[in-house]
Design a protein around this ligand. Structure first.
Ligand code: NZQ
Ligand code: ZN
Length: 388
C-alpha cells in the first residue's frame, strides 16, 4: 500500500565513461568562485585532478582548494571548509571523491554562512538550514554511500564519541553528479567490498519494514539481485566495466530515497554501525557488515514473512519441506555465504573494537522504531557482543 508521500530528487546525474565531458556546461550555471574539495590524494594519483583543473581553468573559475577530507569527516575539518567557503564567497562547492568528500561538501554548504555552532545545529539537533546554502556538485570516485544523489551528510565528533548523519531536504542535494564507473577501478579492494556491502545494507534498511504489498519492495529486490550478481564478478575482476557500472548505478539508487517511498524504513544497522564508527573510525561499510547478521537474526522472528520473501526472491532459496521460519533462516545463511564470498568483515574485533567499548557504543546508538522490532539497550549490547 502506498500512502501519502512527496518524492523530489533534483540531482542531474551524468553517468558513464564520458560523463566528465558534462562538467564544463554544468559550471556555466555558477559564479566564478569554486571550492574544490577532495580526499587524501587518490584523485592526484589517478590524473583526475589535472583533468578537473583544466576544465575549471577553461571555464574561467577561481579555484579554492580544500584537500585532505578524511574518511568519516570530522567536525574540525568541517570548520576549516566553512572558513574557506565564506572567506572566498564561494559560488559552488565541487566535491571529488567518495561519500566522505560529498557528505563534507554538503556540511560546508549549509553551515558556511551560519554564525553559530554548526555541529550542534545541523547534526546534534538535526535542524534544517534557514540561511544561505552554497550549491554542491560532485564527481564520484567510489560507489557505496549514494551521497552523490541524496541529501545525507554524516559528520564525526570524536570528542563527543558521536557520528551523526542528517538527511537534509532536496535543496541540499547536489545540483549535479558525475558518475563514471571507470573512476572506481582504482578504489582499493577493501573499500570496494565495503562500498558494495554499504549499498546492500541501504537496501535492507528500507526493505525490512512493513507487511504490506509495496512497489518499493519489488524495486529493492531488483536492486539487490543486480548487486549480488555484479559483486560476484567485480571481486574477481575489478576492472570489469559491466559489473562495476551496474554496481555504481545500484549504489546510487540504493540511497536516493526512491525505494523508501511509502515505507517506514528501519536504519538500525546504520545506527549501531555509526556508534562503532565514532569509537573506532573504522570503514563505514565494514561496521555494517560486522553487526548485520546478529541484528537480523534477532529481529527476524518479528518479521518472518518479509525475511522468507527475501530468501526466496533474492537468494532463490528452495523452500520445499521448510517452514516459513526455516525459509527465512536459510535466506540469512545465503546472505552470510555471499558476505564471505565478497569478503566483508564479520567481526568487530577486526575493526579495532574491543569489549570495553560496548557500553559507550550502546550509549551512542540511536534507537529507531521503523523496523520489525525496536531494540532495547540490552539487545544492542547483545548484538555488539555477538558481533565480536
Ligand atoms: O581520500 P582518497 O585519497 O580519495 O581515498 C579514498 C578513501 O581513502 C579512497 N578512494 C575513493 N575513490 C578512490 C579511492 N582510492 C582510489 N581510487 C579511487 N577512485 O577510498 C577511501 C574511502 O573513501 P570514503 O569517501 O571515505 O568512502 P565512502 O564512499 O564509503 O564514504 C564513507 C562516508 O560516507 C558516510 C559514512 O558514514 C562515511 O562517513 N555515509 C554517507 C551516507 C549518505 N550521504 O547518504 C550514507 C552512508 O550510509 C554513510 O553513512
Ligand atoms: Zn551506509
Amino acid at each position: 500500500m502506498l500512502g501519502n508521500f512527496t518524492y523530489h530528487n533534483p540531482v542531474r546525474v551524468h553517468f558513464g565513461p564520458d560523463s566528465l565531458d558534462q562538467l564544463h556546461d554544468e559550471l556555466a550555471e555558477y559564479g566564478p568562485n569554486v571550492m574544490l574539495t577532495y580526499g587524501g590524494g587518490s584523485i592526484k594519483r589517478s590524473g583526475l585532478y589535472d583533468k578537473i583543473i583544466a576544465i575549471l581553468t577553461a571555464a574561467g573559475k577561481n579555484v579554492f582548494e580544500v584537500p585532505g577530507v578524511m574518511s568519516n569527516p570530522t567536525v574540525q575539518k568541517l570548520d576549516e571548509g566553512r572558513k574557506v567557503a565564506r572567506d572566498n564567497d564561494v559560488d559552488l562547492i565541487l566535491a571529488v571523491g567518495g561519500g566522505s568528500v560529498i557528505d563534507y561538501a554538503k556540511g560546508v554548504s549549509v553551515s558556511a554562512w551560519y554564525d553559530g555552532d554548526a555541529w550542534e545545529k545541523f547534526y546534534l539537533k538535526m535542524e534544517n538550514p534557514d540561511g544561505r546554502i552554497i550549491p554542491v556538485g560532485d564527481i564520484l570516485t567510489m560507489s557505496g554511500t549514494g551521497s552523490e544523489m541524496n541529501a545525507g551528510s554524516v559528520i564525526t565528533n570524536h570528542e563527543q564519541g558521536l557520528k551523526i548523519g542528517h538527511v537534509f531536504g532536496p535543496e541540499v542535494m547536489p545540483r549535479f553528479a558525475i558518475v563514471n564507473p571507470e573512476l572506481t577501478f582504482t578504489v582499493p579492494d577493501y573499500q570496494m567490498r565495503s562500498g558494495i556491502y554499504d549499498a546492500f545494507n541501504h537496501i535492507c534498511e528500507q526493505y525490512f519494514s512493513g507487511t504490506d504489498d509495496n512497489t518499493s519492495d519489488y524495486m529493492a529486490e531488483g536492486l539487490m539481485r543486480s548487486l549480488v550478481h555484479a559483486s560476484r564478478i567485480a571481486v574477481k575482476d575489478p576492472t570489469n566495466y559491466e559489473a562495476r557500472s551496474n554496481i555504481s548505478w545500484v549504489c546510487t539508487w540504493a540511497l536516493n530515497t526512491a525505494i523508501a517511498c511509502g515505507k517506514a524504513t528501519d536504519w538500525e544497522v546504520h545506527m549501531i554501525g555509526q556508534a562503532v564508527g565514532a569509537l573506532t573510525d573504522a570503514t563505514h561499510g565494514m561496521t555494517l557488515s560486522a553487526v548485520s547478521l546478529p541484528y537480523y537474526r534477532l529481529v527476524m522472528p518479528y518479521g518472518v514473512e518479509k525475511f522468507a520473501r527475501f530468501a526466496r526472491v533474492v537468494w532463490n532459496v528452495d523452500d520445499a519441506g521448510k517452514s516459513e521460519l526455516e525459509v527465512a533462516q536459510a535466506g540469512l545463511e545465503a546472505m552470510s555465504a555471499w558476505m564471505d564470498e565478497i569478503g566483508v568483515v564479520k567481526h568487530l574485533s577486526e575493526l579495532g573494537f574491543t569489549e570495553d567499548m560496548i557500553d559507550d557504543a550502546v550509549k551512542g546508538t540511536f534507537i529507531l522504531t521503523g523496523g520489525y522490532h525496536p531494540l532495547t539497550p540490552d539487545e544492542v549490547a547483545q548484538i555488539l557482543r555477538e558481533s565480536m
